[in-house]
Design a protein around this ligand. Structure first.
Ligand SMILES: [Zn+2]
Length: 414
């Protein structure tokens, strides 16, 4: 993509209301804009990051046999009334009436809807197990939306639901999803912990959260350095490790995912049953597995930045490389930049070319702020000798190489 034709509105200063580092940097680097409290617009760079995260999530979900579907955001109230959550959940739920005066709500989660689907489509033990997921918009009327895209009223969520004939099946599905989650966060370049947590309003017996350590986090996790035990502070109130009695240390963290063994709470309420081998009717056993893609993006920024800007992990960066054309009025420089851009594109390397008519200083500053992992600097003096500069954003190490060498290295990493 061409910088000159792309909406990348970088700012020198962050708006005063931004406090979290990820919020400040994503506003300054032109990734997002706030529409209203808890409502964000993703600009081209922000949307590319989110899509790269979603792609990783989908690949890992598909690899364990999960099937992607899409459910409506608008739900009829009756299904929520059947599980009791229509009255249990308070003002967090957006409620409305349609033109026939029927009660509706905007989905803050989809257990009810997917269990309704299972109740209609699953008949026999032969239909099980099943795992269905979607990456869909959720709405929650948060009392205090804050920290930019970390706590918003409308957000994307990957929610997955498994259906099994018994606890043993659920156990197996839970394990598979747990492992897939580890792969997802690792691939996204995050530092994270899996901790025990409280099932809360979801119900069910066992739950785990995935936590990315960050000062911007609203949760606190406790960790044992000796045996590796970890838990959400809400679950583990003591100061000593329950496994080995060593002192626990506390750390702030962002919740980036959660998994629940729901059991039969929803399937009994919504009569999602199957006939077993003996022809006996039994409730289906459920698990559910959520991930917030925007929280992965914000956590990556929280964990990986410096005073000049964002340093994206290569796997979720909006582009693989940025070509910085220093002298727009010099034909050799323009030609070399355009040729690099074309070759990289043809090899499947995503490149952003800074072809704006602005000073080198502005280009360097913006490139570091935006945080694309690699930069190729094309300048008049170097190109005369047949060289470009290859810069690694993370360490700021610069190397003089032939253009072909830069292409080769980036193609190999890709
Ligand atoms: Zn311990």
């Amino acid at each position: 993509m061409r910088f000159s034709k792309t909406l990348i509105p970088t700012l020198r200063e962050a708006p005063a209301e931004a406090e979290a580092i990820s919020h400040i940097l994503m506003l300054r680097a032109g990734y997002v804009r706030q529409l209203a409290s808890g409502l964000y617009i993703y600009l081209p760079l922000g949307w590319r990051v989110l899509n790269r995260i979603n792609k990783i999530i989908k690949e890992e979900m598909d690899s364990i046999g999960d099937q992607e579907i899409s459910m409506p955001v608008l739900h009829p109230a009756e299904i929520w009334q059947q599980t009791g959550r229509w009255s249990e959940i308070g003002e967090e739920m957006f409620r409305l009436r349609d033109r026939t005066n029927r009660d509706m709500c905007l989905g803050m989660t989809h257990e009810e809807i997917i269990t309704w689907l299972a109740s209609k489509e699953i008949r026999s033990y032969r239909d099980l197990p099943q795992s269905w997921y979607q990456i869909q918009t959720k709405l929650r009327d948060e009392a205090r939306p804050k920290s930019g895209i970390l706590r918003t009223r409308e957000f994307l969520m990957k929610d997955c639901y498994s259906f099994d004939k018994d606890e043993a099946g659920l156990e197996e599905n839970y394990k598979k999803h747990e492992e897939a989650y580890h792969r997802i966060y690792k691939r996204c370049g995050l530092n994270f912990y899996q901790v025990e947590s409280d099932p809360g309003m979801m119900g069910g017996s066992t739950a785990h959260e995935f936590m990315a350590p960050s000062l911007a986090g609203e949760d606190e996790i406790v960790l044992c350095d000796k045996c590796g035990y970890s838990a959400n502070r809400e679950v583990e109130k003591g100061d000593k490790c329950p496994k080995c009695n060593e002192p626990l240390k506390a750390e702030k963290a962002i919740e980036i995912g959660n998994i629940f063994k729901l059991g039969t709470k929803y399937t009994i309420a919504l009569k999602a049953v199957y006939l077993d081998e003996q022809g006996k009717e039994k409730p289906i056993v459920m698990g559910c597995y959520g991930i917030g893609p925007a929280r992965i993006a914000a956590s990556a920024v929280e964990q990986s930045h410096d005073r000049d800007g964002i340093i994206w992990p290569e796997s979720i960066a909006p582009f693989d490389v940025e070509i910085i054309t220093l002298n727009m009025n010099k034909t050799e420089v323009l030609n070399a930049s355009e040729s690099l851009y074309g070759v990289l594109k043809s090899r499947g390397v995503d490149a952003l070319i800074d072809d704006r008519d602005v000073s080198p200083g502005v280009k360097f500053k913006d490139a570091d702020l935006i945080g694309i992992p690699w930069q190729i600097v094309v300048g008049e003096k170097n190109i005369k000798d047949g060289f470009v500069e290859l810069k690694y954003r993370k360490t700021k190490e610069v190397e003089k190489v032939r253009p072909e060498e830069a292409v080769k290295r980036l193609t190999e990493r890709h």
